[in-house]
Design a protein around this ligand. Structure first.
Ligand SMILES: NC(=O)c1ccc[n+]([C@@H]2O[C@H](COP(=O)([O-])OP(=O)(O)OC[C@H]3O[C@@H](n4cnc5c(N)ncnc54)[C@H](OP(=O)(O)O)[C@@H]3O)[C@@H](O)[C@H]2O)c1
Length: 306
């Protein structure tokens, strides 16, 4: 994001971002330097909390692989780490964080409440279990993983935890607009995030414009469609990448970034982790952004999770 874009950005939070790093301190509002020492641009969420616009996904990175991957990710510069109770890797993620030696304040840790733990009391217990496994005393972001079970009880518990300062921001995952609206009818805190499936093959024709115009920031899960539909050998993406001397992965992540969508790519390979961070030194043209629109299949690539 350039300085002009920053200065002319509306109060709408999805359009607002801050760049940490060289010379950026002037742009950062007082009290908003909660992610120091990172060059990854951040978005200001609807409660003023800063969130890196590019993070690290950990689904399937369990055990030793999880520890090593999280350690590597932090060592190459990731600060947003996305996990969930259902991934069964919160302990490994916590161990990777501990091994990195990084100051907790420099990290942005997300976890998610699984459907089996929905409801007011269960949510409080599940939150405590998650933070204990992660080895932290607070979460930066806690999401309702799916709109199932006692969503209202869950949300009210999350609001309490938020007010107690145990969670810096609360949000949703896999909520459709009508489900988000229902939640907003009783919520006293608007969700900061909706983490949904979106990538070049599923551009979310309905959800994307809806969220873009709301105070709820969009976050993309499976920003590479987890490799499905041969994304990493797609000829259109390869041709676009060649113009900028960038890989297909970098084109995809830059596309998310230019759509102002937070992305959390997963990788178990350090070289890929580094490659995925190198997206802030080029800009896809409007023409290339439009070409990518033509790749939309307008449907989930994970029908088994429906
Ligand atoms: N809220 C939800 O319901 C939900 C659902 C699914 C996922 N998520 C979150 O979103 C995160 C990301 O989604 P995902 O894990 O499904 O998949 P993804 O990030 O879309 O894709 C991961 C795949 O891409 C490969 N990859 C990564 N960088 C690459 C590169 N530069 N070049 C070539 N291949 C590359 C990885 O292989 P290598 O390991 O070989 O690099 C891996 O096979 C998850 O880890 C999780 O944190 C949330």
């Amino acid at each position: 994001m350039n300085r002009r874009e920053f200065l002319t950005g509306s109060a709408k939070l999805t359009a607002t971002g801050l760049l940490f790093g060289l010379g950026a301190s002037k742009l950062v509002k007082a009290g908003s330097t909660s992610i120091p020492n990172s060059t990854i641009p951040a978005v200001t969420l609807n409660n003023g909390v800063l969130m890196p616009r590019l993070g690290f996904g950990t689904n399937t990175l369990n055990g030793e692989l999880g520890i090593r991957s999280v350690y590597d990710a932090i060592s190459v510069g990731y600060r947003l780490i996305d996990t969930a109770h259902i991934y069964g890797n919160e302990e490994a993620v916590g161990a990777g964080i501990k091994k990195s030696g990084i100051d907790r304040k420099e990290l942005f840790i997300t976890s998610k409440l699984w459907v089996d733990d929905s409801g007011f009391e269960q949510t409080k217990k599940a939150f405590k279990t998650s933070i204990d496994k992660l080895g932290t005393d607070y979460l930066d972001l806690y999401l309702i993983h799916r709109p199932r079970g006692d969503v209202k009880g869950t949300w009210l518990a999350m609001e309490e935890l938020y007010k107690e300062g145990r969670i810096k921001a609360i949000g949703l995952s896999n909520f459709e607009p009508h489900q988000l609206e229902e939640l907003n009818s009783y919520a006293s805190i608007s969700p900061a995030i909706n983490q949904i499936e979106t990538h070049v093959f599923f551009q979310e024709k309905v959800q994307y414009p809806y969220l873009k115009d709301s105070v709820t920031q969009i976050e993309a899960w499976s920003p590479f469609a987890a490799g499905r539909n041969n994304i990493f050998s797609d000829p259109t993406l390869a041709e676009i990448g060649n113009k900028y001397n960038k890989s297909i992965a970098q084109v995809c992540l830059r596309w998310h970034f230019q759509r102002k969508v937070v992305a959390i790519p997963r990788s178990s390979q350090k070289a890929h982790m580094i490659e995925n961070l190198e997206i802030f030194d080029f800009e896809l043209s409007d023409q290339d952004m439009n070409t990518i629109v033509s790749l939309d299949l307008n449907k989930t690539q994970f029908p088994e999770w429906g």
